[in-house]
Design a protein around this ligand. Structure first.
Ligand code: ARG
Ligand code: ZN
Length: 896
């Protein structure tokens, strides 16, 4: 556990460091029980910082062996989490040599240097380097690293570090040595080392810039056949960043290493990305289309960090979104470009928005709400959030919308011209984009736009349209509000780009001309709302129209436009914007769900108009399968919950399950048709087209099995079971298993057993097996509590371990975060389970515990008696004196 008191760090307290570290010479004598780290630092006083300050190096859980300054002993003292040298020998510049010991095999927090599967790996972002050696562990201190690794050659034949390999030698006693040099000055959080028994897939490439590079993907022996997709994704990423942003690979060698124990998705260490195996390993037999997609997106993300994060990094951790928001935006654009067609791009955007609404909107409305650029934190690891990442990406996307695609490219160019090699702030980024686009809506409103970085909470955009037939005008009044969030009672108006069009009854997109303009400017445009209320009057509108607003979710806001069923149906049938077409379908479903939830009309029968509209989409001759699958999937239970003032998860679950059954029954013939029409018979490709077909076929199968269980028809259950046994690839196999489990089919149990037996040796597949059961729908009526009983039993399964983050997340995270109706129970059993796991995990790995702790973020919005029961459970955790700062911060905020 971290040393020192849980202090609040504030953005306004930022001070430049008193010293710089120019070069670092590190030597590691790797040993699981006792690794010796020798560090030689070239230190210079920062002439621009207040003079006379002591040198305070960060260090945690280190055994100090010696300290020398310019070769001599020097007096030092300890403060909590720091080693303090009050009087450095030569005040302006000196060399410090530190030797310390660490115990990687005891490092269950997986931050710093740790062991996994018999090898050594590191994770230093955000503050893990201080768990390796004493250092100025802050991103604005950038040094050139030279690293020597020594280890047993037989056990650790591969020794990797950032940069270039400069020397490899044999040592006595079966040990060997590798020396690495990274020419790029970097902050300590980008340091990485690996010492393990690994093999690599290699690929030589020549980039557009004409340089040759070696790409490597390192995995454990036996996993090489699962690295092709990661390598393809890496090559595609290199090509994309050159083509779209003119950014080339700056290293001779670029390495990706997969590790089975990892707290997050992956890490962009300079030249040596370390990845969770989940985002590297895939074969058609073991990974679903979604897994393949996840790999492409994370490989892209980490690669793109090489420029947005590494070449230009963050001045301090409050600026985290500078690199994360921008890099998520870049990886989303990469994925959209890889998807290809406009329709496939829209599918990607819908998927991203679903993620934003599922994770970020609730965060922004809960106890942990914080701005994209937070003002304070206790534990920075708690701020690797959907807000910093996904909302941060939306902020970048809005800038791109306001300055246009070419304007954004100019802005990026200017950003690199100004700041390459520096550690900067979100202000610097926004300024560069604005300065490159004088006269744009962004530069005209920059200070106001930056409220997106400063204010927490999801604003609401209210819209009202009035058509006046005699004057042929359509007046659109836009108004914005934003609810208070912790510490921010009052919000000021945002700059909201509203992409829009007007659609008439025949589906025509009308030319858009505002009354102050001479001519129309096309049929789609971006209105920029800057005031609390603003009216836009469109002229020459010769028919009643429905406004299609916020196309592509052009701003991360809630929309309240009061459109009725008829208007939504018109958009579902005709909108030229596929995103809003999908959105119209979701809103039709959501309205019906909310009505049933509020009126406690469980038996609410779906009206024919809605069913017919869904059928029309499903049977549509030209729409893509992937798009159809998105339209025909009902809004998630958690999204419905977000719309309720007082949340009753059981009730929402019942309503959604009953609606699901109705769609299964009333579209029965259509589902059979969809199933038959969308089988993929060619060889497996994880592309947009094939994966869309599989997604729709799998949705059809879920509906068919659901209906079969209702009607006690054995045929479709048998077919699904057969598919679990003999599918050629994982997407179909897992889809069939999901269909059986999701319908409580009798064959679900044997199917689960069969599936486990087939993949007993594949950790990532077994993770899926755990999470599928943790997220299984709770049966309606009798059988409530079934999922929790199952989850508890699975904790005793020989394959279960709390120590592996992927495994813990699959089962515990799946249940607490991904199964609201099973988790939120009136008897509080879910909450007791939660509290026990948070405490248990906290002793092992605070970062993972803290993520699970966040399942209670929104307890305050629960209906009674859940709300009181939740509060009790949170208090029970709060009462533990020895909580990590990570969990303490989450729990304290929940109770505030
Ligand atoms: N920078 C990494 C990424 O987004 C995430 C690492 C965060 N790690 C942590 N322990 N908080 O690609
Ligand atoms: Zn990132």
């Amino acid at each position: 556990m971290r040393e020192g008191p849980a202090t609040v760090i504030r953005r306004e307290d930022y001070q430049a460091p008193a010293f710089w570290i120019r070069t670092v010479d590190l030597t590691f004598d790797l040993d699981p029980a006792k690794t010796i780290v020798t560090s030689k630092l070239r230190i210079e006083r920062n002439p621009n910082a207040p003079q006379g300050q002591a040198l305070k190096l960060d260090g945690e859980e280190l055994t100090l062996l010696r300290v020398l300054a310019d070769g001599d002993s020097v007096s030092f003292r300890h403060e909590p989490g720091q080693l303090v040298i009050d009087n450095p020998p030569a005040p302006d510049s000196f060399t410090l040599e530190i030797r310390n010991a660490i115990a990687p095999e005891k490092n269950s927090a997986l931050s710093g240097l740790y062991t996994s599967g018999g090898g050594f790996f590191t994770q230093c972002e955000a503050e893990g380097f201080r768990r390796i050696t004493y250092f100025l562990d802050r991103p604005d201190v950038m040094a050139v690293f030279t690293v020597t690794l020594r280890a047993d050659k037989h056990k650790y034949p591969v020794l990797l570090c950032n940069g270039n390999l400069v020397e490899q030698t044999e040592l006595d006693h079966g040990r060997h040595c590798a020396k690495w040099h990274d020419p790029f000055p970097k902050p300590s959080y980008l340091f990485a080392l690996v010492g393990a028994d690994l093999v690599a897939r290699e690929q030589r490439i020549r980039t557009r810039a004409g340089k040759d590079h070696l790409l490597q993907v390192y995995v454990r022996r036996g996993d090489l056949d699962k690295t092709e997709h990661a390598m393809n994704s890496l090559m595609a990423s290199v090509a994309w960043d050159e083509a779209r942003f003119g950014l080339s690979l700056d290293l001779e060698r670029f390495m990706i290493v997969a590790v089975g124990d990892f707290n997050m998705g992956a890490m962009e260490n300079k030249g040596l990305n370390i990845f969770n195996t989940k985002y590297v390993l895939a074969s058609p037999a073991t990974a679903t289309d979604q897994d393949f997609f996840g790999i492409e997106s994370v490989v892209g993300h980490e690669y793109f960090h090489n420029w947005t994060g590494n070449r230009i990094t963050c001045r301090d951790w409050f600026q985290l979104s500078l690199k994360e928001g921008l890099t998520v935006y870049r990886d989303q654009e990469f994925s959209a470009d890889m998807a290809g067609t406009p329709s496939a791009r829209a599918v990607r955007r819908i998927d991203d928005v679903r993620g934003l609404r599922a994770a970020q909107f609730p965060e922004d409305a809960g106890a942990m709400a914080h701005p994209v650029r937070p003002d304070s934190y206790v534990e920075i690891n708690n701020f690797y959030t959907a807000t910093v990442y996904e909302k941060g990406a939306e902020v970048v996307r809005m800038m791109a919308t306001l300055v246009g695609r070419d304007g954004f490219r100019r802005g990026m160019d200017l950003y690199f011209q100004r700041h390459d090699g520096q550690a900067v702030t979100c202000d610097d980024f926004a300024q560069a984009i604005a300065d490159a686009n004088p006269g744009s809506a962004l530069s005209a409103n920059l200070a106001q736009f930056k409220r997106w970085y400063a204010q927490a909470g999801t604003p609401t955009l209210h819209a009202e349209g009035i058509y006046d037939a005699p004057t042929q005008t359509f007046t659109l009044t836009l108004r914005q509000t934003c609810a208070p969030s912790p510490g921010q009672a009052e919000k000021h108006p945002y700059v909201i780009p509203v992409a829009m069009g007007l659609v008439d009854a025949e589906g025509r997109a009308l030319p858009l001309q505002l009354e102050e303009e001479d001519a129309p400017t096309g049929t789609e445009r971006v209105l920029v709302l800057t005031d609390g209320v603003q009216a836009f009057r469109f002229v020459n509108i010769d028919a009643e129209v429905v406004p299609s607003l916020l196309r592509g979710l052009s701003a991360p806001v809630h929309l309240r436009d009061g459109l009725d069923d008829a208007a939504l149906l018109q958009l579902l049938n005709h909108d030229h914007d596929p995103f809003n077409r999908w959105e119209a379908g979701q809103r039709l479903a959501l309205n019906r769900m909310l009505q049933a939830v509020e009126h406690r009309a469980a038996e609410a029968v779906l009206d024919e108009a809605f069913v017919a509209a869904m059928r029309a989409v499903l049977r549509h001759p030209t729409l893509d399968a992937a798009f159809k699958e998105l339209v025909l999937t009902l809004p998630s239970e958690s999204y419905v919950a977000e719309q309720c003032a007082s949340v009753d998860p059981q009730r929402i679950h019942v309503v959604r399950e009953l609606m699901r059954r109705q769609l299964a029954a009333r579209l029965h013939a259509d589902w059979i048709w969809a199933w038959e029409q969308h089988q993929v018979r060619e060889g497996y490709r994880p592309d947009a087209q094939q994966s869309g077909r599989r997604a729709l076929a799998n949705l059809a199968l879920r509906n068919l099995v659901l209906h079969a269980v209702e009607t006690a028809d054995p045929v479709w259950q048998g077919r699904a079971y057969q598919r679990v046994k003999d599918a050629a690839q994982m997407t179909d196999r897992f889809g069939a298993l999901e269909a059986l489990v999701g319908a409580h089919a009798q064959l679900a149990e044997p199917a689960l057993a069969h599936f486990h037996a087939l993949f007993a040796d594949d950790a990532l597949v077994i993770d899926k097996w755990f999470s599928l059961q943790a997220m299984a729908p709770e049966p309606i009526g009798e059988g409530a509590g079934q999922v929790l009983r199952r989850v508890k039993a699975l904790m005793q399964h020989p394959d279960f371990t709390l120590k592996n983050p992927n495994r813990a997340r699959s089962l515990i995270g799946g249940f607490c975060h991904g199964n609201p109706a099973a988790f939120h129970r009136a008897d509080a059993a879910g909450y007791i389970y939660w509290a026990d796991r948070v405490l248990e995990l906290d002793a092992i790995n605070p970062q993972i515990a803290s993520r699970i702790a966040r399942a209670m973020d929104r307890w305050n919005h629960l209906a009674e008696p859940l709300r009181s029961a939740a509060r009790e459970a949170i208090k029970r955790v709060a009462a533990k004196p020895e909580l990590s700062p990570d969990v303490r911060e989450i729990i304290t905020k929940a109770l505030e």
